[in-house]
Each structure stands twice: as structure tokens, then as C-alpha cells.
Design a protein around this ligand. Sequence first.
Ligand SMILES: [Zn+2]
Ligand SMILES: [Zn+2]
Ligand SMILES: [Zn+2]
Length: 255
Amino acid sequence: MKVVILGSGSYSGTPKPLCTCENCSRARINPALRRTRFSLYFDKTLVDPSPDLHYHLERLNKRVERVLITHGHFDHIFGLPELQVFKRLKFYSHREALEVAKSLARLAFGSESPEGHEWSYNKLEFWEETRVGKMKVVHFPVTHTVTAGGFVIEVGGKRIAITGDTGPEILKDERAIKLMEGADLLIAEMTHREAIPGSHLGVREAIELAKRVGAGYTVFAHISHSNYPHEVLEKRVREAGIPGEVARDFTWVEV
Ligand SMILES: [Zn+2]
Ligand SMILES: [Zn+2]
Ligand SMILES: [Zn+2]
């Protein structure tokens, strides 16, 4: 199964308009260094409809049947109206993110589904295993600036763990680490150079988390323009001996 990181960036993307930092300046010259906002895709499943979703969908060109949402922040959900190309969709998240999803649909379409579409909103309770199609999904809470969660998804005998946006408190959350432990693929956020408590991981914390989880393969994503250059991050991951890589947009992994 192919897992595609559609967007490897954080809320402002890279380049951020008007920013003159090294990453933004380089990305304006080299498109391979651009980072759109975070989203990923596997097996007709989209995680987080980012504001860059139109670009993601036209390039991916695959059908979406279900949408998992980590949290209701702009960079993870505001592309939702772009999903109107799909008639039947099921959204899954905890109550607060679903409320944001419904409000966006109402703003765009005047109701919770575009006309003639069947969209349903399905509430997940944290820590409860839920069947989503042929997948088993556990949504677990993380410490972030709003109610937010990660996912552990079992599909086709493989386990995929996704941290979503999380503060460094996740390193002390034995229950979350136990749930993610030994996943075939871990997708971990690595937003900043240094961690911000209650908000995001730094490079060191993201690597520490990957070591603790011990996944078969780890992909680091949700990388801010103000983080170290891509090559430096890659070197850090290599030196830590972690089987994995730092995502670019449309990095894909076979699990
Ligand atoms: Zn984010
Ligand atoms: Zn910048
Ligand atoms: Zn966020």
C-alpha cells in the first residue's frame, strides 16, 4: 500500500509570502524545496484537508471515500470545500474538529453537504477503536493549542501511526507511545528547530519520539519554513540511526 505525504509543511507553508529566510528564499528558486500544508493519502483515505487540497487532489488524481481529521486548525482543515468533487464522503474526527468541518461546509454550500451529495460526519471518541471501512482506527488525544489527536490505523495487516500536531508532552504520554509502538510506519511532526510546549515538537523531540516508537519506517513532516534546511534535517535523522526520511511534498512510502 502506497502512503503519500501530499503536503510536508506547516501552517504558513514554504515559501511564506514576504519571508526572506534561507528556506523561503531557496524554495522560491527550487520548487523541490517548496512545502505545502500538511495532508496525506492512502487507500481512498485522506488525512487532513489542507488549504492546498486543490493542488494535492489534481496532482494525486485519486478517489477519496473517507476523511480523517486530526484537528480543526486552519492548515489541517480549510481545504474541506475542495472535496465537493466527491459525492459520497465520510468524515471522522472528535467532536470539536467535526464542528469546524460542518461550519466550513455550511459556509461554502449553505448546508453540511453540497447539493446532491451525501456527506456524513462521524464522531470518534478518543482511545476507542472504531471500524472505518476495512480499517481499524484509534484516535488518541495529544497536547496542542486546541483539542487535537493523532491516529493509529490498522489496514491490510499494517499499522500506520500519525501524530498530527503535538507538543513535546507526547514523550511523557506512555499510553500514546504504547499505542504507536512498533507501527510499520510512523508519520511524526517535526515543526520547529526547538520544541514549543503545548504546541509543537522540535527536531530533537521528534527524533526522540521516533526512537521510542521504533516504527519500521518513520517519515517526518509538518516542517516550518523556520526549521533547519531539508538537508540538515535529513542528516540529523541519518545520524540518529532512524530508518526513515524527512518528507518533501509528494514523498511516498510503500508499507
Ligand atoms: Zn498544523
Ligand atoms: Zn521563511
Ligand atoms: Zn495545529
